[in-house]
Ligand binder design. Structure first.
Ligand code: ADP
Ligand code: MG
Length: 227
């Protein structure tokens, strides 16, 4: 069954600098991400993985081409609409967790839901469920500093999907974890994606994890290609 395309980059250009010193990162790049799939983005440092994720997450504008989220062309949209799409349809995970230090794991996951208008009860129920999916239900009341690196990243992933986005964008989410912990965190992420039908694009240098994803893409000569 053909799955719906939730993210599409069409002929996207992105460059930095001006005049003689133009650094072309993406050149006429195409990419599609479909509901329910997990795609690895594997490319050397400095090739544009973060740039691609920022463009896909509407945090940056391309210099050419178009980005579609769930079929909607986003280039010409006003900023408030882009922000609404970013909040509602896209979840981000970074290499470092960026959890709020003064709040518990549970509260960190409740936060985005409270901001988007859910009641405390609803937000708490969903946060607890997500912690269970990430296999850290027993750590709900701990603050980030009391959690291990792997636990912190699992909370960050749960927070990223708290508002049930369509797309999860992760920038080297296991980059500062040891291989065994990275594998465990990925197991939990995969279980979450499988049960929710989310689509995920995950930048990683870990070839073992990349091998477990549905597809692998790289950035080469400004193009995004499968390998
Ligand atoms: P990766 O995540 O694959 O390591 P990035 O997307 O961070 O790569 O960066 C790609 C290239 O673009 C790098 O050479 C980086 O120095 C450059 N770059 C990234 N952001 C900017 C910026 N805001 N201004 C100028 N150059 C940038
Ligand atoms: Mg990067």
């Amino acid at each position: 069954m053909a799955r719906k395309t939730v993210l599409k980059l069409a002929a996207v250009d992105r460059q930095y600098g001006q005049g003689e010193q133009v650094l072309s990162i993406l050149k006429n790049a195409d990419f599609e991400l479909r509901a329910g799939e997990i795609v690895a983005l594997v490319a050397p440092s400095g090739t544009g993985k973060s740039t691609l994720l920022h463009l896909a997450g509407l945090l940056e504008h391309p210099d050419g081409g178009e980005i579609y989220i769930n079929g909607e062309a986003c280039g010409g949209l006003p900023d408030d609409r882009r922000t609404a799409i970013r909040r509602g349809d896209i979840g981000f995970v970074y290499q470092f967790h960026h959890l709020l230090p003064e709040f518990s794991a549970l509260e960190n996951i409740m936060m985005p839901q409270l901001i988007s208008g859910l009641s405390r009860k609803e937000a708490k129920e969903r946060a607890a469920q997500l912690l269970d999916y990430m296999r850290i239900g027993h750590r709900a009341d701990h603050r980030p500093a009391e959690l291990s690196g792997g636990e912190q990243q699992r909370v960050a992933i749960a927070r990223a999907v708290a508002n049930a986005p369509l797309i999860l964008l992760a920038d080297e989410p296991t980059g500062n974890l040891d291989p065994e912990t990275a594998s465990y965190v990925f197991d939990a992420l995969e279980a979450l994606v499988r049960q929710s039908g989310l689509a995920a694009l995950i930048a990683t240098h870990n070839h073992e994890l990349a091998g477990r994803m549905d597809r692998r893409v790289t950035i080469e000569g400004g193009k995004i290609r499968e390998f």
